[in-house]
Design a protein. Structure first.
Length: 161
């Protein structure tokens, strides 16, 4: 059974996002082993951080994310400059990962300043949800729903229609 990890920076604060993500996690248990790995957000002491401080945060978070990725994992970095896929294309991508013998897919959601270049370089796919910007908590919920939808599509379920 495929393992799907969402490795992300920060915790969900709103109960309605947590409830929705938990519902999709429950539904996903029929298709995969689904897990969310939350890593602490780096703190910047300044209210107006400079570029050097921001880069330091991105690099530090990136190193901690990299520790959660295994060498054989298929990595999807969620970033604005990534490729936009339809739900059907995401479904085909996940099917292809399994066909190619990978057992784990890691979706990576960075912190508020984004992902390190090391994470983006390690990624097998850079994926963008939209040209619009979403709060990270909402992005996690949307991604959970889209992963569930992708499995429903691949099994000809009724949910995706």
């Amino acid at each position: 059974m495929l393992r799907i990890n969402i490795i992300c920076i920060g915790k969900i604060k709103e109960k309605y996002f947590t409830d929705a993500i938990n519902e999709y996690a429950k539904r996903l248990s029929a298709f995969c082993r689904f897990q969310i790995v939350e890593l602490a957000e780096e703190k910047i002491k300044s209210n107006t951080p400079n570029l050097s401080q921001i880069e330091e945060v991105i690099e530090s978070e990136g190193k901690r994310i990299m520790q959660k990725i295994n060498s054989g994992d298929y990595v999807i970095a969620m970033c604005i400059e990534g490729k936009m896929l339809s739900s059907e294309e995401l479904s085909k991508t996940l099917e292809g990962v399994q066909i190619n013998g990978k057992s784990t897919v890691d979706f990576i959601i960075g912190g508020s300043y984004g992902l390190s270049q090391a994470i983006k370089s390690r990624a097998d796919l850079r994926l963008s949800m939209s040209k619009m910007t979403f709060p990270h908590q909402m992005a996690r919920m949307i991604l959970s729903e889209q992963i569930y939808r992708a499995f429903e599509i691949s099994t000809n379920g009724k949910y995706h229609k």
